[in-house]
Design a protein around this ligand. Structure first.
Ligand SMILES: C=C(OP(=O)(O)O)C(=O)O
Ligand SMILES: [Mg+2]
Length: 553
């Protein structure tokens, strides 16, 4: 019997086909005691397994065709290379434990430590579990866990996907991703968007469905129809073709012609490689250039010259189009050794984003000076904004500082409710606001954005979040200053008309999301956008807001 499962849709794609589940975790054989004479051989076996996993992941990183996947895999290699893992395994084996159990226990211990630290560290648990399964597969001589290869196209179903799973993913064979867990900012969601695959995350019940069952997956509505027949599949594929045709080209606008700027989020110049000229791609500029890539995984702060070179490269790649550069968003949750920040028990609520400048003003000054220098060298249209601004005073100080470096167009991100509530005051000093819905959702709903267990709360469709966005849009309208959305929410095609209806006219998203958002805007006139926005605001939770917006179209 056909049935509907609901999760969170990622990307607009609609597709249909048989499902296949990722292989279940490996079962360990019963423990055996390692005799003294065998110890070093057993140590060698375990260490080789760890090395082989690192080599395999490094090769996948090198072969990855997109920068996001490569970065995520490189980070996983670094995790696998942590000497603590090898030390733990070696000590256990020398105390008589066999290699598979020594690996299991060491990974479990490491896992518990990450869990206890929480924040971004806890986000790495999925990666660590994946490393453990890979190393165990090597020592046990079993097949590497990974994506099934049935010889026909299929929809991949998993509990949640590790970056290494998705790295080698062939989008001609894997039609869509559906995961039991995960939220809109999980790795699965980010990777699905960057590969342009339809996906539904946090879809409870999908793991209980049998392999090869036919389903339809709608990344726009988050609906997965399970147990469907051949006619439903054909119908879904027809509708998918229609949506594809509607994707069209050119700038973003609603059905009645109201412009909505489509902008992209990037982490380096390479991310702009596939973005065509504005008249074809419709991409009006870079709405969020995350600068962290220059600062992560290094012992020393990048110099002024190094930064200026890297920023100029991005500005040249953007050409005539404006680029909004976000200053460093690091802190206790993304520790950078050279910052020398104190450890914090609750880093998401601590010294991160602009707050780091209280302790390290010189880091911000060097960055602003380098951005200004790159802007002069390239003649690009450069805007700059600060992350994690909470008060109008912080906004004013940042604006003064940036102007002091000769930067003319200075804005702030709205990522904490305090900033949204005082949007009007922020706009008295700032030239624009950019709403970071990933963090704004985390702080408004009091759910850690790395927490995969509460996806319904950490959902940009939450009416409270929409209300804060509406308030910012109203403040912008009243002062004639731009207010954009640059969190993952901006790339949700069903939410795009709602955001337009709330008064947002700039949406910045992963480049692969642009076509879908453009198509969704083109399907709705402003009256429909406003109806959808009102219906969503009137709901009591995120699921209700989605349903109400769909019904109000
Ligand atoms: C765009 C945002 O910033 P980041 O995801 O980089 O924290 C956000 O919080 O929505
Ligand atoms: Mg943020």
């Amino acid at each position: 019997m056909p049935e509907v499962l609901r999760g969170i849709g990622v990307g607009h794609g609609l597709t249909a086909g048989p499902i296949l589940r990722m292989a279940p975790p490996l079962e360990l054989p019963p423990p055996r005691t390692v005799a003294a004479a065998e110890t070093e051989r057993e140590v060698d076996l375990a260490v080789r397994a760890l090395t082989s996993v690192q080599r395999d992941l490094r090769e996948r990183a090198e072969a990855a065709t997109d920068a996001t996947t490569a970065d995520i895999l490189e980070a996983q290699v670094a995790l696998a290379a942590d000497p603590v893992l090898e030390d733990g395994v070696t000590t256990r084996i020398r105390n008589g434990t066999d290699a598979p159990h020594a690996l299991r226990e060491t990974f479990d211990e490491h896992r518990a430590a990450l869990e206890a630290i929480g924040g971004l560290f806890a986000e790495r648990i999925g990666d660590l579990d994946d490393l453990a399964s890979r190393a165990l597969a090597v020592v046990l001589g079993r097949e590497m866990p990974g994506i099934p290869d049935p010889g026909h196209p299929f929809i991949l179903v998993a509990d949640d996907l590790a970056p290494a799973d998705t790295a080698g993913l062939d989008s001609t064979t894997v039609l869509a991703l559906v995961t039991e867990r995960g939220g809109p900012t999980s790795h699965t969601a980010i990777i699905a968007r960057s590969l342009g695959l339809p996906a539904v995350v946090g879809c409870r019940g999908i793991l209980g469905r049998p392999d090869e069952e036919l389903v339809t997956v709608d990344g726009a509505t988050g609906e997965v129809h399970v147990g469907v027949g051949g006619d439903d599949v054909a119908d879904a594929l027809d509708r998918a073709a229609l949506r594809q045709d509607a994707d069209g080209r050119g700038p973003g606008r609603t059905a009645d012609g109201r412009p909505v700027d489509l902008l992209v989020n990037i982490g380096s110049a390479a991310d702009l490689a596939g973005v065509g000229p504005v008249e074809v791609s419709g991409v009006a500029g870079v709405g969020l250039f995350r600068t962290e890539f220059l600062f992560l995984d290094r012992e020393k702060e990048p110099t002024f010259d190094e930064q200026a070179r890297a920023y100029a490269e991005v500005f040249r790649a953007a050409g005539e189009r404006p680029v909004v550069v976000r200053t460093l968003d690091a802190g206790a949750d993304k520790p950078l050794p050279f910052l020398g920040l104190p450890d914090e028990p609750n880093p998401a609520l601590g010294v991160r984003g602009l707050r780091v400048a209280r302790l390290r003003p010189e880091t911000l000054d060097v960055q602003l000076a380098a951005i200004a220098e790159a802007a002069v060298q390239t003649g690009a249209q450069v805007h700059v904004m600060a992350p994690m601004v909470a008060t109008a005073r912080e906004a004013a100080e940042f604006v003064d500082r940036a102007r002091g470096h000769g930067l003319g167009n200075v804005g702030v991100m709205v990522e904490v409710p305090a900033a949204a509530l005082r949007a009007g005051r922020l706009l008295e000093v700032a030239d624009f606001l950019s709403i970071g819905t990933n963090d704004l959702a985390q702080y408004t709903l009091a759910v850690d954005r790395q927490n995969g267990d509460l996806p319904d709360l950490l959902d940009p469709w939450q009416p409270a979040l929409l209300q804060l966005i509406a308030q910012c849009a109203e403040a912008g309208r009243a002062r004639g200053k731009p207010v954009s959305v640059c969190g993952e929410a901006a790339g949700d095609p069903l939410l795009a008309p709602v955001l337009a209806g709330l008064g947002i006219d700039k949406l910045s998203m992963a480049p692969r999301g642009v076509a879908a958002v453009r198509a969704a805007l083109a399907e709705h006139d402003m009256a429909a956008c406003r109806r959808m926005a009102d219906a969503a605001l009137d709901a009591d939770d995120a699921a209700g807001a989605r349903t109400a917006a769909l019904a109000a179209r």
